[in-house]
Design a protein around this ligand. Sequence first.
Ligand code: ADP
Length: 538
Amino acid sequence: MPFSVRRMRPRLVSDDLSALPDLLDEVLVGAGTTVWSWDAVEDRLGGINCSVAMLGYAPDEVPWTQAGWDTLIHPDDRAAAEAAFERHRRGEAERYECEYRARGADGQWRWLLERGQVATWQSPGVARRVVGTLTDIGPRKRAEHQAQALRDRLSQLAVHVPGMLYQYVEDALGNGRFVYASEGAQALFGLSPAQLVADPAALTRLIARDELARLAVTLRRSAQGLTPWRETFRVFPPGAAGPRWVLVEATPRRDPDGLGGHELTWHGYVQDVTERRALDLARAEAAAAAAASRAKTEFLSRVSHELRTPLNAVMGFAQLLEHDPREPLSEGQRRRVRLIHDAGEHLLRMIGDLLDLTRIESGHLTMEPQRVPLAMLARDCADMLAPAVDEARLALALPALDSPLTARADPGRLKQVLLNLLSNAIKYNRPGGQVEVTLSEAGGEVVLAVRDTGIGIRPEHLPRLFEPFNRLGQRSGRIPGTGIGLALTRMLVEGMDGRIAVDSVPEQGSCFRVHLPNGAAAGAGDAAAPVQVPNLPT
Ligand code: ADP
């Protein structure tokens, strides 16, 4: 009667092994292994007292047949165990081997490794006697399980790390390979961890060629000195818009290679630092620009101070010459000395502006806001500029002196603002033209407007109007100037919580409007009487 596949599974037959010395049995049991034999014709298992003892049963608690043994095997594992034996029976494998769980006397599953071989054949393909071993592989399975759990935990953690963790091993012959790469490889290099492990050159091919030689040298140095390897370099991941910068940090360790030699393992981390690098560069550039600007401000401030002293001497002596009654000058001489004096005054004003600019830029200019009567301020400025207005043959219109409008501003600085705007309205005008100062109120603000009928400003020049030292094409013209006035004017206005706006039509004229906090507004210091505007400091 042919045996069913299942019934052909081997089991132990103690009779066949009776010749074995008890000592051998004990040694094997001590090593967690038992020996068995199965009479496949009679379906009799032998020697299973040791096997069943391994599962915690007494010898008579388990039937000594294959069918009886099968009932102990976990249902999920039976088919695979039988298939392994079948392959051997068909001659496809010299012996068979399978792992399965078997139920112990305490009801718990135990992992066993069964190895066997047909010892005697009844006829080709039909086994007569099968022998083999059973090994308790519980400890190994537990270790494997723990190792798997650790691997799972590591890969879970690695998934959340924004870069790639890796292990790179170099053998004694200098051949390198990745033994581990985390999922981050995909985002960084467009390579799966498996691709990297299979072919380390896949990464080398993405590295910028001009970086390779340097990287090879520093990696060698790290290997020789067992020192950390830290490098930033460019890679070209497939599909990326451009090169990406990566930072790699790895520490090498020398481990036995299991063959009597040693191998080096780098444990490392790679991260994309493209954005961080761009930010660092931008910061460095900004810091350099700030340092250059500070140096420029300091230089301007020092030069202005140094210029002022000799210039005051020049002007003082020019005045002495002009007015010394003991040595009166001729008319021609007097005119030339006056020119020296006027030019000196002009220079002094320029130096004053420069100093103010540097003070504002370095944060050293302080404002003392008060209620400033605007009509009176306009009148003062007009008086100061009357000779220039006459010389340019202009008509100057001012607001009525009884205008009640006041601004909350620093009186000296506001005077400086208005003088600058009026000087420009005069300078950039034409003979017979007009300059008009008007006052108005809008919301919580007062607006001081200076309108002229001069040459106007081209629309393309307007965005750069308030840039320091930018004369908008007047550099080569005949009208003197430095390009500081409007830059300083805007800084001063903004320093008084105001703003400045401009309208201009080329060949027709310009209108500069200064908006300032209304001096009559609540909290604008209305308890105090309006102040007298002081003369400008030089
Ligand atoms: P500066 O008059 O010393 O050149 P500013 O800073 O006062 O410097 O003015 C900058 C530039 O703006 C001038 O060079 C001139 O080209 C232009 N500008 C200023 N005010 C007027 C105005 N009222 N009409 C026409 N152009 C003007």
